[in-house]
Design a protein around this ligand. Sequence first.
Ligand SMILES: [Zn+2]
Length: 179
Amino acid sequence: MSFILNGRGMATQVSDTPVNTFLHLFRRYLRDQGLPVTQQRDAVAEVVFSSTENQSVEDLERKLRERGEKIGKATVYRTLEMLVKSGLVAEHDFGEGFKRYEHLFGQPPVREHLVCTECGKVTAIHSTALIRLHQEEAARHGFLPARYRLAIYGLCQECQEQGRSLRWEGLTCPIEMLD
Ligand SMILES: [Zn+2]
């Protein structure tokens, strides 16, 4: 059990959760790179590590504000760049015009998402049937898979209920988004 100072200068109790393990790894990465470990970088990293969602910069900024942190956009972007370089966080582009960030720890190298083309909601799906299928397909071709991504584009339930309809123009072919 230890204490950290939040943006209001108040001590917050922290336990040894996975978030702290990731924070520890990120601080070690910064030190290895000769970069200073700052309270602001810690705060951004903590918000990214605290959620298994694919978060946009807007989501992160909102959560930081809620925690009483005053961190400029440039610092948020710069920290995200460091997190991605450290290998602890993945940057995704779902063709929404902005990037989303997802921490990679404790997650299998499988990414399956439903992407709503109207409201931009991204939902992670986990299907053992799909995992088995991609493993079988790779094996059939004598291919050794490292990671796998699938995005299904369409309308989420809420958007359908609001009477929105699918627009086909401007849809990006998922295969073009594989990096
Ligand atoms: Zn939607």
